[in-house]
Structure formats: C-alpha cells, structure tokens
Design a protein around this ligand. Structure first.
Ligand SMILES: [Zn+2]
Length: 302
C-alpha cells in the first residue's frame, strides 16, 4: 500500500495545528510531527535560551529541519503515514524534503495544505492565542511564502481558506528545481566549511594542553617555547592552566609579579575595558597577542 506524507504549512497563528487536529488526528496509522518540537530540541542542544545569536539560530533551524526529515523517513519506513506541521516557506526547502523522501521510500504520495486565512480568521487566532504579532506582521511573513508549485514534486496541492479546502495546482515552473538544487548545495557546502572550521579550532584548543607553544612575559619580556605543564611548573601565569586564551588576564613568567600587568591596569579603571589609545606600545603588543591567542603563540614573534 502507498504511504502518504501530508505537509501542513503556513505562518504562526494560521491554524495549522487545529487543521491537523480536525482532519488527521483520528487515524491510528498516522504519525503527526511538528517542526516546533524539533526547533526547541535543537536550541536546547545548542545550549540557548531565549537569546540566540542570528547565525546560531540559522544553524539550529537547519539542524531541526534535518532531524525532522530523518524522522519522516523513518516513520514511512515503519509503514505509517506522516502528517508534518512545518513552516517551509521556501520552495527549495520543500524540494530538499521531497527529493530525500522519494529517494528513501518508493511509491510515496506527497500532498501539501497551505494555510491562507482571511483577515477575520487571523484576528480570531491572534486573540485566542494572545499573540503580540499584529495581523500586518503576520501578513508580511505570509508574503514570504512561495506558494507550492507542482514542479516541486507534490502530487496534490491544496489551499485552505478558513477551513475550506480547494485544490490549487498552478502552472508548472520546472526552472525552480535547478535553482533550488544549486542554492541547496551552496548552502550545504557553506555549512560544512563552518563546521570544519569550528572543529579545527576545537582541535587546536585541545592541542594547547599538550603541545609546546610560545609563552611571553608581558613584564620582563622573557619568552620560552614549552608545554603548559612545563610553564606551570616554572611559575608562569598563562593559559590554559591559568586564565583563558583570547581573554585578558596576566601573562607573566615565574619571576614577575602581577602588579604591572595590563590586566591589573585595566581593572583599576572606572570601567574595566581595554581602551587601545591609552596603551603603551608594549601593552598594545601584549593586548594584540592575547586577542589572537592561541594562534599568536604558535610561531615565534619576530
Ligand atoms: Zn617576567
């Protein structure tokens, strides 16, 4: 028997959850998956609460989309139908999903319902949920949605206006498929490069525990090429044993005291931040070296 994947897409407060509850919740052989659960899990895994840096947010959403796709395919392979509550505003995201699903499972029927509420329905949703968003805000987000096109690989596309379901198969636009594939592969490549860079940086930081690197005393100018353990035993104040690479702290040999360090100077200021124009040439050199750690400690300074 053919398995079915049903996508229900639309903005926040467009009625996706209610629609799914009304039409799909009775079938025991149907599993309902919701992108929000996956997004929350991805944020949690990344260690973020409410404030997420933009680039990290993109990565979390990307990861959530990937994990959801894995579960869709797994559920289909277990012989069940899947209903997916998703945002999927962009044709390329839907194409990525459809390609992966069709590659993994044969004879799959894929349909999509697009929530297109009227203004009055939207107002009701907003009031019911006590959302901060205005109808204008939601409409401007809704405009970002590329209406699904049959060329994306859907068997059926439905427009849902206030609970009324209408089939809407626009004229095919085969050109969107190649464009989507190109964008998706560029995006995946970029994501991979960033991951590699992060991995390399972690490996470098890890290696600083055991490798030899240059230790520079900011007071007397002594320098030595040794391991963190050797420096620690010789009385150096230096990361990774004392303080953190890249963060202002004392960088001193075993003979010098902390009194004249840049760290102490900055912390005696009213506001303890480094103001480069108040630094001497020597302090500036120390500060630049610290900012570029650990890379700045790998090769001897000329
Ligand atoms: Zn010294």
């Amino acid at each position: 028997m053919n398995r079915t994947v049903t996508f229900v897409i639309g903005t926040t407060a467009s009625g996706k959850t209610t629609f799914i509850k009304n039409h799909f919740s009775d079938n025991r052989n149907t599993v309902i998956l919701n992108i929000y659960d996956y997004q929350q899990a991805a944020y949690k895994e990344a260690g973020f609460g409410k404030h997420i840096p933009f680039r990290q947010e993109f990565k979390c959403l990307y990861k959530a989309n990937e994990n959801l796709l894995v579960d869709i395919i797994k559920t289909l392979q277990e012989g069940k139908d899947v209903v997916v509550e998703q945002t999927l505003y962009k044709a390329k995201r839907r194409i990525a999903y459809i390609d992966a699903i069709r590659n993994a499972v044969e004879n799959i029927y894929i349909e999509v319902y697009v929530m297109c509420p009227s203004d009055s329905a939207w107002n009701t949703y907003i009031n019911e949920r006590k959302l901060d968003s205005s109808i204008q805000q939601l409409k401007s987000i809704a405009k970002e949605i590329d209406f699904p096109n049959p060329s994306e690989g859907f068997d059926k596309i439905y427009e849902v206006i206030d609970g009324n379901i209408g089939l809407r198969m626009d004229a095919p636009k085969p050109e969107i498929v190649d464009a989507a594939h190109k964008e998706l592969s560029e995006e995946a490549q970029q994501m991979k490069q960033e991951e590699d860079k992060e991995k390399q940086r972690l490996e470098l930081l890890e290696s600083m525990n055991s490798r030899r690197f240059w230790h520079y005393c900011e007071i007397c100018g002594a320098k030595t090429f040794c391991t963190a353990q050797e420096a620690f035993e010789a009385g150096w104040d230096y990361p990774p044993r004392i303080g953190y690479f890249g963060l202002l702290g004392p960088r001193t040999c075993g003979k010098c005291t902390l009194n004249d360090t840049l760290f102490i100077k900055v912390h005696q200021q009213a506001i303890p931040i480094v103001i480069e124009k108040t630094l001497t040439e020597k302090e500036l050199q120390t500060w630049r070296r610290i900012k570029n750690e650990p890379e700045s400690l790998l090769e001897e300074e000329k």
